[in-house]
Write a protein that binds this ligand. Sequence first.
Ligand code: NAD
Ligand code: UDP
Length: 340
Amino acid sequence: MATVLLAGGAGYIGSHTAVELLNAGYEVVIADNFANSSPESVRRVEQITGKKVTLYELDIKDRAGLSEVFHAHQIDAVIHFAGLKAVGESVEKPIMYYRNNIDTTLSLLEVMQEADVKKIIFSSSATVYGETNPVPYTETMPRGVCTNPYGWTKAMMEQIFEDAARADQALSVILLRYFNPIGAHASGRIGEDPQGIPNNLMPYVTQVAVGKRACLTIYGNDYPTPDGTCTRDYIHVVDLAKGHVKAIQYILQNHCMEIINLGTGQPYSVTEIVDTFEKVNGVKINHVYGARRAGDLPACYANADKALEILGWKTELSLEDMCRDAWNWQKQNPNGYQNA
Ligand code: NAD
Ligand code: UDP
C-alpha cells in the first residue's frame, strides 16, 4: 500500500486524517515540529487504529532534515497541513506567518522535486474566496481580497502550487479548501487542542461547557442572516479526514491540478450551534451578544458538488454528531493533551 507523508500531521486535522488513512490501509509518516501540537496525538492515533506511525520531530522549513525523511521512505504522496493558523495572531505577527507558511511550502516542493515525488495535497481554506464572491462558493470563482495575513498566506500558497504545477507537467496537486472543521473522533481520544484562549467558536463553546471559560460572546446579532448571527459551513473533522483519503486515492490514480471545496454546503448560524450543542449534550452554554468581530463575513458556505463529482465524497455526519463528539472530547480531556 502507498506511503503518505503528513507534514503537520500531529495537529487537529492531520491526526484525524492519519486515523482514516491507516484504517484504509495506507502507511503514514508524520513530520511535525509541534509548534501547535503534541506527540501525544500521534500516540493516540496508534492506539485508536492499532497501527504504527513513523513520527519525525522536524521543522518542515529545514530542507536538509526533510530530505532525510524522503530518503528514509518511499513517499508516494504528501499532504501539507503544516502551518500557523490563528487569524488574530497573523495580524500581530505577519512576518512570522509569511515565513512559516510560505517557507514550509517552498521547502516541501523543493525536496519533493529532488526526491522525484510528484503528488501533493494542500490544506487551503475558504478564506481565499475573500469578501466579494457571492455564497455558496464554487471553485471556479476567482480568489478574492483576504482580510488578514493568514488568509493571504493561503492565497499565495495556492498561487505557488498552481505555478509549480504549470512548470512541472509531472506534478499533481489538489488544493482542498476547507470550510469550518469542528468535532472530534468518536472515541474522544483525539480532538482540537487550542493553546490559550480559543479563537474559534466550537472550542470556546466546549470550554464554557466544561467550566474553563465563564461566558461565550456571540460576535454580532445584527447581520443580514435569518437570526442576525453569522452563518458558516461547519464540517465534522472525521468527514473532512475521509475527504483526504478520497483525495489521496484520486491523486494516486490521476494526473491532476484540482481545487476542491470540502464542506457540507449547509450553513448554520452561531445561535444554531449554541442551541444544538445545549440540546444534544444537555448542558447550558452561558452566552451574551457582543459587537461584531473585525473581518467576519455574514455568511460563508460551500457549493460541495465538485467533491462529489470528482472524489465521490460527501459529508455523512450531522451538526448533532459534531456537537456530541466535540463535547465528548472536551469532557474526557479538559486540558487537551496537556498532562496526558
Ligand atoms: P493545527 O495547528 O492543529 O495543525 C497544524 C500542524 O502543523 C501543527 O501540528 C503544527 O505543530 C504544525 N506545524 C506548523 N508549522 C510547522 C513547521 N514549520 N514545521 C512542522 N510542523 C509545523 O491546525 P489544523 O486545524 O489541523 O490545520 C491544518 C491545516 O489546515 C493548516 O494549514 C490550516 O491552516 C488549515 N486549515 C485549517 C482550518 C481550521 O479551521 N482548522 C480551516 C482551513 C484550513
Ligand atoms: N464566533 C463567536 N464567538 C467566538 C468565536 C467565534 O461568535 O468566541 C463566531 C464568529 O463571529 C463566526 C463564527 O463564530 O461567525 C465562526 O468563527 P470561527 O472563528 O470559529 O471561524 P471563522 O469562520 O471565523 O474562520
